[in-house]
Each structure stands twice: as structure tokens, then as C-alpha cells.
Design a protein around this ligand. Structure first.
Ligand code: FAD
Ligand code: FES
Length: 281
């Protein structure tokens, strides 16, 4: 995995100005925001995050959702849960924010060439995984089959619906969705995300695949158990850990689990590397 690879030393500690280019509602609590740094390109890897600040309000770590290639800006999806995220929801195009980063480790897709890729996203976990999926699709011939499993609370909480539908039309990608609670508009699977695994297990050779999971902590426990039952090695299960973070650069200790600084050694880690840290999951 990678050290933070910010091009500028300043980006570690000093926010740089970015402009909001586009914004739209994704659900009743999630907002899509596209930013562009005023003075350089972000230069991130899938899985990394930025610290977004609003003067007088605060700063929050937010995953980068866009692929590093193909656009000069970068995309975020922000769930409104408190002070900073509410302020981000109120921004209109042209607004300025502070950005530090990119920080943290990446999904390491460059080390997966020739493998089948299994992406498992719970709720807002699709946000960082979308960056990885877009990266993999941009290098389609480097990978085998791509499986995308997405689960959320109910149909109104689905994210990136147009992309999900577009990926479903590609015969080399298997996209399966589930919701915890269906409604009259929903004709798909209902149940937790592990209920999707039986449908793909015969097409997925665990010795030639790597699984990438991002979702709520409760999801990890059950998905990891199922993946291990399918035959996945601990080193082929990659997940993103979310912890309270402040500095993002290994200085404040907010994200610390024993000797592990999630902001520097994570957020993306293999299951193998966190087994010794029992509080991590
Ligand atoms: C690496 C990383 C990537 C993230 N990516 C995203 C993303 O892509 N989109 C997104 O919407 N959010 C993301 N988050 C979570 C986001 O950082 C928090 O929701 C945000 O910091 C809350 O700030 P606030 O000022 O709005 O809320 P506050 O006013 O600080 O808090 C509101 C409530 O949320 C709780 N809270 C605050 N931060 C966290 C946290 N990190 N984990 C759990 N509970 C918390 C507080 O205890 C409080 O109850 C990410 C977090 C990390 C560490
Ligand atoms: S967020 Fe400060 S040490 Fe990790």
C-alpha cells in the first residue's frame, strides 16, 4: 500500500483552496459535490481521502469518489450528520473550501492485474469503491471478471443509480443489489448483503480473486466470515476502516488503534494486516 503521496509538502498541514464546480442531491441525506483545486490537480489514488474544511466551522475527512483519471476535478459524496457535513450540503457552485491531502492508502489495484475483482459496498461505502471501480474499468483488459455487490437500507438510499444501471449492461461485469427493506417500487433482492454471495460463488475462484469491502462495521464481520468460507485468503480481503480523524497525517492520535494510525497505515488495509488489532473491526 502507499504512503500519502501529496505533491506538495504544504498539502499535509495547510488547506489549499478548492472551488465547488457542481452539486446535486443523491438521497435525502447524501449530496454529490465536485470540486477543483484552484492551483493544481489533486493526484489521488482510489481509496484515499481528503480533509475538507470550511472556515469558522471545521474540517472533516471525506473519501474521494472519482477515478484519478479522466477529470481535472474530484468528486465527493457527503452524508449530512453534523456541523461540517451540514455546511457542505449548503454550498452552491462557486463556493470555496479548504482541502488537505490526498491522504491514506489506496486499494492497490495495480497489484491485482489478472485477478477477478469483487467489490462489496454497504451504503455510503460505494463512495470510495466507485473510485476503484472506475479505475478498474479504465484498465478493463488488466483484470478478469468484475463483480459489484451493493446493499443499502431501502431503495431511496441507492447511490450512483445511473452508473449501477450502466455497469449492469456490461456483460463482463456482474452487478447485484439488495436492500434491507423493499417497497412497492423495488423488484430486486431484499436482505443483507451476504444474501447476494450464493449467486456468484460458482463463478468466483477465490484463488484468483481479490475482494474489496467498504461499509458499516457490522457488515465487515459477516462478509469476512462468508468470504473465508468461500476460500478467500486473509491477504485477498481488502477493506477500508473508518475512524474518527482530525489531522489525517499521523500526528494527533484520534484515529489510533493500539499502535496503528488508521489515517496513515489505512484507511485501506488487508484483513491480514488488521487481524492482530482486535478493536479494528
Ligand atoms: C477516511 C474517512 C473517509 C470518510 N469518507 C466519508 C465520505 O466519503 N462521505 C461522508 O459523508 N463521510 C465520510 N466520512 C465520515 C465523515 O468524516 C464524518 O461524518 C464527518 O467527519 C462528520 O463531521 P461533522 O462535523 O459533520 O459531524 P460532527 O458535528 O462532528 O458529528 C456529528 C455526529 O457524527 C459523529 N461522527 C463524527 N465523525 C465521525 C466518524 N468519523 N465516524 C463515526 N461517527 C462520527 C459524531 O460523534 C456525532 O455524533 C469519512 C470518515 C473517514 C475517517
Ligand atoms: S487522524 Fe491524527 S493521527 Fe490519525
Amino acid at each position: 500500500m502507499h504512503e500519502p503521496r501529496s505533491g506538495e509538502a504544504n498539502a499535509l498541514f495547510l488547506p489549499e483552496v478548492a472551488t465547488l464546480v457542481a452539486a446535486s442531491a443523491m438521497t435525502d441525506r447524501d449530496r454529490f459535490l465536485e470540486f477543483k483545486l484552484d492551483n493544481r490537480e489533486l493526484g489521488h489514488l482510489p481509496g484515499q481521502f481528503v480533509e475538507v474544511s470550511i472556515p469558522g466551522i471545521g474540517e472533516a475527512p471525506i473519501s474521494i469518489s472519482s477515478s484519478p483519471t479522466g477529470t481535472k476535478g474530484f468528486e465527493l459524496v457527503v452524508r449530512n450528520v453534523g456541523r461540517v457535513t451540514a455546511a457542505l450540503h449548503n454550498l452552491v457552485p462557486g463556493a470555496k473550501v479548504g482541502i488537505r491531502g490526498p491522504f491514506g492508502t489506496s486499494f492497490g489495484l495495480d497489484q491485482c492485474e489478472g485477478k477477478n475483482l469483487l467489490f462489496i459496498a454497504g451504503g455510503i461505502g460505494l463512495v470510495p469503491l466507485r473510485s476503484a471501480i472506475a479505475w478498474a474499468l479504465g484498465r478493463r483488459s488488466a483484470y478478469g471478471r468484475i463483480f459489484i455487490l451493493f446493499g443499502c437500507l431501502d431503495p431511496s438510499q441507492r447511490l450512483f443509480t445511473e452508473e449501477l444501471e450502466r455497469w449492469k449492461t456490461d456483460p463482463s461485469i456482474t452487478v447485484l443489489e439488495t436492500v434491507d427493506r423493499g417497497d412497492s417500487s423495488w423488484h430486486g433482492n431484499t436482505g443483507v448483503i451476504t444474501s447476494l454471495l450464493p449467486a456468484i460463488k460458482d463463478r468466483l475462484d477465490p484463488t484468483a480473486a481479490r475482494a474489496f469491502l467498504v461499509g458499516p462495521p457490522v457488515m465487515y464481520k459477516f462478509v469476512i466470515l462468508e468470504l473465508k468460507n468461500l476460500g478467500f485468503q486473509d491477504s485477498d480481503i481488502v477493506l477500508s476502516l473508518e475512524r474518527h480523524m482530525k489531522c489525517g497525517v499521523g500526528k494527533c492520535g484520534h484515529c489510533q488503534i493500539n499502535s496503528l494510525y488508521v489515517c496513515r497505515e489505512g484507511p485501506v488495509m488487508t484483513y491480514e494486516s488488521i487481524i492482530g488489532h482486535r478493536e479494528a473491526l
